[in-house]
Design a protein around this ligand. Structure first.
Ligand code: HEC
Ligand code: HEC
Length: 254
């Protein structure tokens, strides 16, 4: 991590930790255990019913509602443990905010913090911030993430590239690229995962694995994460981290 990023993280982390505790307490008071799972049709309808988003207004939401304090200026998270939101698909961001709001995404105290934040947002603010994130370039990998990804040796890179592009029929794993795109750019409400922070990526895959994160429509991610195993998950997280906007030339799979 660059010294500047380190100081930002040191200043923001204690504030965020307090917010997470407060948020968890507030959200558990108002938790709605009856949050309805999506069907493809109800999801499509909910996304269509949102007002049209405006990226410039979304930037004001990002700054004004303190999203920037955790997700970083311009959507690049200041710690590897929190998700970057830059370059994310508008439909996916909107879906997550709706999922946090309804309590459908409730895997841990961090998710419940987002629940209390999402409940303060109007549908217009949700649409605007989603348009803003979609207008930004892919996340810029923090230095530490670049170094991690660069540690992939030739054999690891070959293994990951195969899993990502071809999947593994023997373990019934579908190629990640078939849904998340060849460069991790996502599609529709399937998220962009290129440049995503490694620790968050690994954590969320483990939460799909345990079933604690269960907000996806087809439950596909819980199946893939269970079949993948932890070692491959870590390799894949490092691989995708390297596909963000990089300050230096990265190892390429091709
Ligand atoms: C105190 C820190 C904090 C603040 C402030 C915050 N977030 Fe988050 N956000 C998080 C964390 C931590 C997660 C990951 C939660 C989890 O694992 O479910 C997250 C998750 C998200 C996600 C899902 C990301 C993904 O890849 O699935 C979106 C979208 C999001 N936040 C948007 C926002 C918006 C918009 C705001 C402001 C209105 C905001 N956040 C404010 C910490 C924060
Ligand atoms: C059949 C399509 C499909 C395939 C194949 C697939 N995914 Fe996903 N993935 C999704 C969808 C849809 C979501 C969003 C689910 C939700 O709404 O929470 C998702 C979510 C994710 C997330 C969470 C992103 C975030 O910001 O929180 C990660 C990480 C991820 N996938 C990694 C992978 C990896 C690694 C593979 C390959 C082993 C893979 N996916 C294969 C459809 C797919």
């Amino acid at each position: 991590m660059k010294p500047a990023a380190f100081f930002v993280a040191r200043r923001v982390l204690p504030v965020a930790a307090a917010l997470i505790t407060a948020g968890a307490a507030r959200a558990s008071e108002s938790a709605q255990p009856t949050a309805q799972p999506w069907t493809p049709v109800t999801l499509q309808t909910a996304l269509r019913d949102l007002p049209k988003g405006n990226a410039a207004a979304g930037q004001k939401v990002h700054d004004g509602m303190m999203c920037a304090s955790c997700h970083g200026t311009a959507g690049n998270a200041s710690t590897l443990n929190w998700p970057s939101v830059a370059g994310q698909r508008a439909d996916y961001t909107a879906k997550m905010l709706l999922d946090y709001r309804s309590g459908l995404r409730d895997e841990d105290p961090r998710a419940r913090l987002m629940t209390s934040i999402a409940r303060m947002m109007t549908p217009q603010q949700i649409a605007d911030v989603s348009a803003y994130y979609a207008s930004l370039p892919k996340p810029v990998a923090p230095q530490a993430q670049v170094a991690l990804a660069a540690l992939l040796n030739a054999a690891e890179l070959q293994r990951v590239a195969r899993l990502v592009r071809k999947g593994d029929p023997s373990r019934l794993i579908t190629a990640c690229a078939s849904c998340h795109g060849l460069h991790g750019e996502g599609k529709g409400s399937t998220p962009a995962i290129a440049g995503q922070t490694t620790d968050y990526f690994i954590r969320t895959m483990r939460l799909y694995h345990s079933g604690a994160r269960h907000n996806d429509v087809y439950k596909g991610m819980s199946q893939f994460s269970q079949r993948l195993g932890d070692a491959d998950t870590v390799l894949i997280a490092r691989y995708y981290a390297s596909l963000g906007t990089s300050p230096q030339k990265m190892t390429k799979a091709d």
